[in-house]
Structures are given as structure tokens and as C-alpha cells.
Ligand binder design. Structure first.
Ligand code: NAD
Ligand code: UD1
Length: 330
């Protein structure tokens, strides 16, 4: 298939390009480099031994999207492009609504004009909100989102549902990611957030490498295995393979899948594993809970297994090893 990958030089997009190329799909990448670097393109070519057509365009500009579709016969789109920083979205809501919604609307309109009806969208477990349960299944529906970033994901899911209701010829797959972490085993691509990271894994790596002094563990008084928060960490290569399965195996129509391991890991379990497997020290201190955090959540990934034939294969050890390998290389 000839697949347009928006945000294809970002963290999850770049790993997905590798897995799509491994299955001999033809890939066109569009990315405006807002949160990625052009060097990633070279790394992708090094890893796969293939060349990729690349557009450095902002897809919030509809004329740019139109020109990509006019120049290429596209079969399907995987849409990663968007802003994703939870804290920043609270400070700059308009920037988030504008970029995430505009880029998606442009894509949908231009796809319709060009008769392209196959779309995979990057959603997030954040759309479930806090429903007072630990394990989330797709049929639970969306809950209340707690920040503008999460709200853009919920709004786009709703837009996609309405588009499908109006025209059943669309094939739309919504993937709800749990906590993507890790890096490609080559150490050439991975997660490299700007500034001080909000998320656990990038923070752990900065502390291990001495760039930051100490990890603050947000609470050890939750009702969990050791009192610290529990999440479903998924290796980004497993996640990338989930996109290949979705593009190849998703049934016609509009379908939603959780992409997670189905296993909860606590903050201290992750820190301990990271220290042991990599032989490094991660200084940490226990501080108060972070507002908005829940004690524990993880995916029920059964639907993705039954319908897509996908489940995670990598372990927490792989996650910690590959993440650290990338950090050392960069
Ligand atoms: P990322 O920031 O690394 O990648 C997104 C890419 O999109 C970046 O390279 C950026 O430059 C590009 N981009 C942004 N706006 C653009 C625009 N208007 N035009 C062209 N390119 C644009 O993020 P990621 O972690 O790879 O996430 C990919 C997708 O998955 C995002 O939609 C994100 O919201 C979603 N998601 C991520 C996580 C996570 O924890 N990483 C969790 C759930 C969902
Ligand atoms: C966070 C976002 C969520 C977003 C997701 C992926 C919040 C409240 N939630 O989820 O909307 O979809 O990232 O981008 O921001 N932790 C620490 N110390 C740290 C960082 C994290 O102890 O410095 C703990 C957290 O309390 C949590 C776990 O580590 O228990 C994971 O945190 P994080 O990586 O931020 O992911 P989420 O909280 O799941």
C-alpha cells in the first residue's frame, strides 16, 4: 500500500515508518519538524536501507495537504501529526485546538476530495478519563478529559464517528495508546522531548544520565502494589507493529482498539528494572501526588488480539534497555 504518514519523523511515527517499510509498504512522510529533527529521516534510511519521499509541510495549511494528494496516489493515511504536551495544552489551549483539529479536518476533507477512505488515527487512553476502574475496554466509551490535549483527542474521535455515520464507505481505525516508551534497538531513533519532560520514562533517563538531579515520585500512598502509580507501558516498537496490523487487518467500518500490554507497572518497579538492567543509579525522592493522576490504569488489549492479531511482545527489560541505549547514543 502507498501510505501517507503524518508526523512521520516524530517518536511513534518514525518507529511506525520502520515497521511499515519492513512489510514493503511504500511510505510518504509529512512533518513540519515542530517537534522532530530532519536527522531522523537519515536514521530511518539507515535502519531500513530505503529512501522515503518527505514533505516538510504544515498540514494545518490545507493547500499543502492538497498538493501532497495531487502529486501522489495515496491508498491510506496514518495520522500522527499533532501537539501532545499535556501541561503546555493547559497554558496554550488555542494552539492545541487549532493545530490538532485543523490538521485533522484538512486531512479528512482532502481525503474525501481524492477518494481516499482509509485512515488510522492516533488517539490516547486519556479519552477514557477516570471511570473509577483499573482496566479499560473499548466499549466503556469516553469519559471526561482533564486537559485541552486530551479534549482534542476526544473531539477528533467524535468528528470521525460523525464522518463515518454520514458516509459508511470510510474505513477508520482509532487506536488508543496507553503509555508509549522505549526506543528502536539500533539506538538511532527514540523519544527526545524538548525541555524538562513531564512523563516518567524520559525523566528517568535524564536523571540516569546526570542531566537532571533527582526523580520526584508523585505519591507512594496509592492503593497499588507498592503505593506508587501504576500504568501500562508499551514498547514503541510493539506499538508501531500495532499500526501495521491495523492497516492490514482492521475490518471495514469504524473500529476502536486499545494498544497496551494489559499489564500494570508501578513507578518503583520501572525505576528498579531500569537500574538493574542498565547498571545505573536513578536518584529519586517521594513527593506528594500530582493533581489529575489516577492510582492505576491499564489496557484490556483483547480486542486488538482478536481482531487485528496483535499483542505486545517486548518486556519491561527491553523497554529499559532500549530507552537507555538511545539516551547514551544521543
Ligand atoms: P511527536 O511530537 O514525537 O510526533 C508528532 C510529529 O508531528 C512531530 O514530528 C511534529 O513535528 C509533527 N507535527 C505536529 N504538528 C504538525 C503539523 N501541523 N504539520 C505537520 N507535522 C506536524 O509525538 P508522538 O509521541 O510521536 O505522538 C504521535 C501521536 O500519538 C500524536 O498525535 C500524539 O498525540 C499521540 N499520542 C502520543 C502518546 C505519547 O505518549 N507519546 C500517547 C497517546 C497518543
Ligand atoms: C500523562 C498524562 C496523560 C497523557 C500521557 C501520555 C497527566 C496527568 N497525564 O499520563 O494525559 O496521555 O501522559 O503523554 O499529565 N510520575 C512520577 N514522576 C514523574 C513523572 C511521572 O512519579 O516525574 C508518575 C505519575 O504519577 C504516574 C506515572 O509516573 O503514576 C506515569 O506518568 P506519565 O508518564 O506522566 O503518564 P500518565 O500519568 O499515564
Amino acid at each position: 500500500m502507498r501510505i501517507l504518514v503524518t508526523g512521520g519523523l516524530g517518536f511513534i511515527g518514525s518507529h511506525t515508518v520502520v515497521e511499515l517499510a519492513n512489510q514493503n509498504h511504500e511510505i510518504i512522510i509529512v512533518d513540519n519538524l515542530y517537534n522532530s529533527k530532519i536527522e531522523v529521516l537519515e536514521s530511518l534510511e539507515k535502519i531500513t536501507g530505503k529512501k522515503f519521499k518527505f514533505y516538510q509541510y504544515d498540514i494545518a495549511d490545507k493547500t499543502k495537504v492538497e498538493s501532497i494528494f495531487s502529486e501522489n496516489k495515496i491508498d491510506a493515511v496514518i495520522h500522527f501529526a499533532g501537539y501532545k504536551a499535556v501541561g503546555e495544552s493547559v497554558q496554550k489551549p488555542l494552539m492545541y485546538y487549532s493545530n490538532n483539529l485543523r490538521s485533522t479536518l484538512n486531512l479528512l476533507e482532502v481525503m474525501k476530495e481524492h477518494g481516499v477512505n482509509k485512515l488510522i488515527f492516533s488517539s490516547s487512553a486519556t479519552v477514557y478519563g477516570d471511570q473509577g476502574v483499573r482496566k479499560y475496554t473499548e466499549d466503556m466509551g469516553r469519559g471526561t478529559t482533564t486537559n485541552p490535549y486530551g479534549t482534542t483527542k476526544a473531539m477528533i474521535e467524535k468528528i470521525l464517528e460523525d464522518v463515518y455515520t454520514a458516509d459508511n464507505s470510510w474505513n477508520i481505525t482509532i487506536l488508543r495508546y496507553f503509555n508509549p516508551v522505549g526506543a528502536h534497538e539500533s539506538g538511532l531513533i527514540g523519544d527526545n522531548p524538548n525541555g524538562i519532560p513531564n512523563n516518567l520514562m524520559p525523566y528517568v533517563m535524564r536523571v540516569a544520565s546526570g542531566k537532571l538531579e533527582c526523580l520526584s515520585v508523585f505519591g507512594n500512598d496509592y492503593q497499588t502494589v507498592d503505593g506508587t502509580g501504576v500504568r501500562d507501558y508499551i514498547h514503541v516498537v510493539d506499538l508501531a507493529k500495532g499500526h501495521v496490523k491495523a492497516i492490514e487487518n482492521a475490518p471495514d467500518g469504524l473500529n476502536v482498539y486499545n494498544l497496551g500490554s494489559g499489564k500494570g507497572i508501578s513507578v518503583l518497579e520501572l525505576v528498579n528494572c531500569f537500574e538493574q538492567i542498565n547498571g545505573v543509579k536513578v536518584n529519586y525522592k517521594i513527593v506528594g501526588r500530582r493533581p489529575g493522576d489516577v492510582a492505576e490504569n491499564y489496557a484490556d488489549p483483547t480486542k486488538a488480539w482478536n481482531e487485528l492479531g496483535w499483542k505486545t511482545e517486548k518486556t519491561l527489560e527491553d523497554i529499559c534497555k532500549d530507552a537507555w541505549n538511545f539516551e547514551k547514543n544521543n
